[in-house]
Design a protein around this ligand. Sequence first.
Ligand code: UP5
Ligand code: MG
Length: 200
Amino acid sequence: MAKPTVVFVLGPPGAGKGTQSSNIVKNFNFTHLSAGDLLRAERNTGSDLADLINGYIKEGKIVPVKITCGLIEKAMQEDPNSKFLIDGFPRNKDNLDGWNEVMADKVDARFVLFLDCPAEVSGRLLLVSTERCLSRGAAGGGRVDDNLESLQKRHATYENETKPVLDEFLKQGMLRKIDATRDVDAVWTDVDALFREENL
Ligand code: UP5
Ligand code: MG
């Protein structure tokens, strides 16, 4: 049997990974697996892992890969679809190594959709993605990490741990970068074009 197709979706907190993933699901028939959503769902079951996961999320730290990769593999096994978007993973070297050890041979990983929201440009763009999450928090989005303190930690983790993973994918010719500072429709125009080009 053919291996399932995987596309990873990465980018800083508030880049629009979940938003653009929903569009991809509607238009290209993918199953969306957000690693963050899977972790929050596991936490909400109140299992033995609940407190541990919640602590990592509040601190913007990355949950050990055995837990996250296990949840992703289980979700893939339970879904008959053969096309999966994996959103927000792998986000550090531990994630990448753990994935490569257990999953790399079982899937056809096509590329990484990188929703770029650079933090460097005049200090303002950092605020763009932070503000998106803060607005969601203020609107009652219900996430424990949509507050300024957690967001600063989430961004620091992204800079220090996720960027090296993006560099690794770049070296492997896997990275497809799209400017995610624009409005949702403008970003979608480019994402849609990319998925057509890649014959997905
Ligand atoms: N919005 C979206 N696009 C917009 C646009 N172009 N213009 C204006 N507004 C836009 O969007 C965020 C908000 O912005 C929404 O209100 C949206 O309407 C608006 P969303 O699509 O949710 O962005 P996304 O990139 O998905 O942001 P998210 O907050 O989910 O990113 P994170 O990467 O921080 O969150 P995630 O859920 O992936 O991870 C949370 C935590 O879980 C991590 O910090 C970590 O502690 C843990 N985690 C792990 O440990 N391991 C993992 O593998 C994954 C997560
Ligand atoms: Mg998300």
